[in-house]
Design a protein around this ligand. Structure first.
Ligand code: AMP
Ligand code: FE
Ligand code: FE
Ligand code: ZN
Length: 303
């Protein structure tokens, strides 16, 4: 197991990454990864395409990053991202909720684009959504890219900083899934959940340790500790919280292609910890996964 490199959080163009799923798995292999999880926001549309293009020796962990909400220390509603792995993507309650979220995302992008256009920014709502099928999860990065294309900003990051980040003029909230419900939905679908970038302060308010403890109680399996948006203090706090609550510590790049500066594999998960996550998945049923169309991808993993 030594030397096995594992990245458990990446995005393709079926959500807000820029690599097609097939290109993403090739990039993972080129970066020397042995295991990569595809975790697009609110969609599993990339699984089969990634699976079909899987380079020899690379294992694909099918996953998703679910858009959820919780409350911060002052009781304010806040956004939470929940990574989910090895669940049955045909689980009816989950399918219904993901479809609802994608429809909501589309309406929101249209609302923001219309507001930008009204205020004279060079964005056309139809252009932003052009060619993106319903199983694609659209979001603020699509608007950010439209602004980059129109040369209204120099980068996706600048678009967030000036217009789209939480609290900026064009930020619009969406009705995400209560995080407890999302943990339940994935457990019912035989998968496991890991709380993504929980202490990334640059993304806005963060969840409290009490919320994390309650989620652990409810069935959460892990905490993403090593993430590009976590400083050393955040990593240390999350690591001790994970140990205290019996949660698996993970590490991952949150790769988004050219939408973010982080390279695939720039942060990784320790192989022993990955094994622990697999044990939790097996305990959760994992069988849900065996009926999934990409089950074969999993069989490929040999530590
Ligand atoms: P959305 O899902 O539409 O709310 O957009 C959220 C996505 O935008 C995240 O998954 C990140 O990819 C990106 N994002 C969110 N906040 C920021 C930020 N402050 N700076 C850069 N990218 C961000
Ligand atoms: Fe994203
Ligand atoms: Fe996220
Ligand atoms: Zn992500």
């Amino acid at each position: 197991m030594r030397g096995v490199r594992i990245d458990l959080h990446t995005h393709s163009s079926v959500s807000d990454g820029t690599d097609a799923p097939a290109d993403l798995v090739r990039a993972a292999a080129r970066a020397g990864l042995d295991v990569v999880a595809l975790t697009d926001h609110d969609t599993t549309a990339g699984w089969l395409r990634a699976r079909e293009a899987l380079p020899p020796g690379l294992t694909l962990v099918p996953g998703a990053e679910l858009s959820c909400e919780s409350v911060d220390a002052r009781g304010r509603r806040m956004s939470v991202h929940l990574l989910a792995y090895l669940f049955d993507p045909t689980s009816p309650a989950l399918v219904t909720e993901q479809e609802r979220l994608r429809i909501e995302r589309r309406a929101r992008v249209r609302t923001i684009a219309a507001r930008m256009a009204e205020n004279g920014l060079p964005v056309d709502p139809d252009d932003v959504l052009e060619g993106l099928p319903p199983d694609t999860a659209v979001g603020r990065p699509h608007l950010a890219r439209a602004l980059v294309r129109a040369r209204a900003v120099g980068s996706v990051q600048e678009a967030f900083d000036r217009y789209l980040a939480t609290g900026r003029e064009y930020y619009v909230a969406k009705a995400d899934t209560p995080v407890e419900t999302a943990v339940d939905l994935i457990a019912e679908a035989g998968g496991v959940t890991v709380l993504a970038h929980a202490f990334a302060t640059k993304r806005g308010p963060t969840v409290t340790p009490e919320t994390i403890a309650a989620l652990a109680e409810r069935g959460l399996s892990g905490l993403e500790v090593d993430h590009p948006d976590h400083d050393p203090a955040a990593r240390a706090r999350l690591a001790s919280l994970a140990d205290e609550l019996g949660l698996v510590r993970t590490g991952a790049s949150d790769y988004h292609g050219t939408n973010k500066p982080t390279g695939i594999g720039c942060e990784t998960t320790d192989p022993e910890r990955f094994e622990a996550l697999l044990d939790r998945a097996a305990a959760a049923g994992g069988g849900g996964f065996a009926v999934a169309p990409v089950g074969g991808a999993w069989d490929g993993y040999r530590p």
